[in-house]
Design a protein around this ligand. Structure first.
Ligand code: TYD
Length: 392
């Protein structure tokens, strides 16, 4: 049974940066968040059709976030050393920073966004430009055989029908194959109060408890878990066929930690919802006060997270003048819903601003390091994670 605990209001597609002429046709939906009493899965109530989100215009190029490029290179090298897979498949390969580390003859990409599928295809990797389903897995078995490593980063949590997605993996995975996937951790989101990681693209937010339940009912089991720093705290899940191999201590440790925090208890989610409402009030009050005192505020990182915060809190150009982002596809566009202009970093002088809100708070250290001069000139950063605060 699904129990609703959080209402993040009317939201646009978080990554649908748009031009002024498209303002009138913008799509919105009600972002409500529920907890499933049976599996402990946290999901959004009204799923948005994936075709609306993942299409030719999807702007998130992983290769533009250089910390992520390093992350995927290191991950690929580690998995190669550990499992020595002969055949590798990546679900949601984006513009290829992970798959690039594997040989072209034995590696396959699955990527529904045509713009990215073309990039990996041009690099020489066979790319299926479609959504991950059991039907597709069966086609791949016919054409390429079974896979030894199936990898997915920040992608499985995008898929509405998890039973079909996991069944597809089970069918395609070779008998001793491994399925490795990483997604933001529900525990870290609740600990940090980072409600902005829940949006249309993330219809599910995973705990290890919930994943263990859903994988098992699809013939797979988790044998190891790594806790990662990326995206403000993610879990890398290692799964295999249910009847193969041993389960490592990390699985029990993670489940215990989640139980102690109370992820199996509805009250925990009610407490989180309360914290989110307070975060909104504090952020709006504090930005409004600064603005009233004549201060200029901009935002660094036109992230899906910032879309969620700005729309939930009703923060627009009345409070934030401009957002900078390194992604070309977002530059010259307006942010979804609240329509703040997005510009390249070089096009503004940060010293013209008093405060920089961190839309990409998950890259706080990298950004603070790059923007030392802003701080030396008296500028301050603002973040809402883990609570609303200003810092230098
Ligand atoms: P990410 O945090 O992965 O965002 P999302 O919430 O959309 O999943 O993406 C970071 C965004 O921030 C990406 O659009 C690139 C941008 N960015 C900057 O503009 N400057 C920077 O220094 C860094 C590290 C990222």
């Amino acid at each position: 049974m699904f129990k609703e605990f959080l209402d993040l209001g009317r939201q646009p597609i978080a990554n649908a940066f748009l031009k002024e002429e498209d303002f009138d046709d913008e799509f919105f939906f009600d972002l409500k968040v529920c907890w499933d009493t049976d599996t402990n899965l946290v999901s959004i109530k009204n799923f948005v059709e994936p075709e609306r989100i993942f299409n030719e215009d999807y702007p998130y190029h992983t290769s533009n976030s250089f910390p992520m490029v390093n992350h995927f290179k290191e991950t690929a090298e580690m998995l190669q050393m550990k499992f020595k897979p002969k055949k590798v498949l990546e679900i949601g390969s984006n513009d290829g920073p992970f798959i690039k580390n594997f040989d072209k003859q034995n590696s396959i990409c699955v990527e529904p966004c045509g713009n990215f599928a073309k990039i990996t295809e041009d690099l020489g990797y066979d790319t299926y430009s479609t959504f991950w389903t059991t039907d597709l897995a069966r086609d791949i078995i016919d054409q390429k055989g079974h896979m030894d490593l199936i990898y997915a980063a920040n992608c499985i949590c995008h898929i509405h029908d998890l039973d079909d997605a996991f069944n597809a993996v089970r069918e395609l995975l070779s008998p001793s194959g491994v399925f490795v996937f990483e997604d933001p951790s529900l525990l870290r989101i609740l600990e940090r109060g980072s409600y902005d990681q829940i949006y249309d693209e993330h219809p599910h937010v995973f705990s290890v408890i919930a994943l263990d339940n859903i994988l098992r009912r699809n013939g797979l089991k988790i044998f190891s878990v790594d806790n990662l720093f990326v995206h403000g705290g993610s879990n890398r899940i290692y799964a295999s066929h249910i009847d193969s191999g041993l389960v490592g201590d990390s699985v029990r440790q993670n489940i215990n930690e989640e139980m102690i925090f109370g992820l199996d208890n509805f009250q925990t989610y009610e407490i989180f919802a309360d914290r989110v409402k307070k975060s909104k009030d504090t952020l709006v009050r504090s930005l409004s006060n600064l603005r009233r005192n004549g201060k200029k505020i901009m935002c660094i990182g036109a992230t899906a997270k910032s879309t969620t915060v700005f729309n939930y809190c009703g923060i627009g150009t009345d409070l934030i003048d401009v957002i900078t982002d390194t992604t070309e596809a977002k530059q010259g566009m307006f942010s979804p819903g609240v329509h703040i202009p997005v510009v390249p970093r070089d096009s503004i002088n940060l010293n013209d601003y008093d405060y920089a809100f961190l839309g990409a708070w998950n890259f706080k250290e990298v950004i603070a390091d790059k923007e030392r001069e802003f701080v030396q000139n008296g500028g301050e950063f603002i973040t809402h994670v883990p609570q609303v605060m200003r810092f230098r």
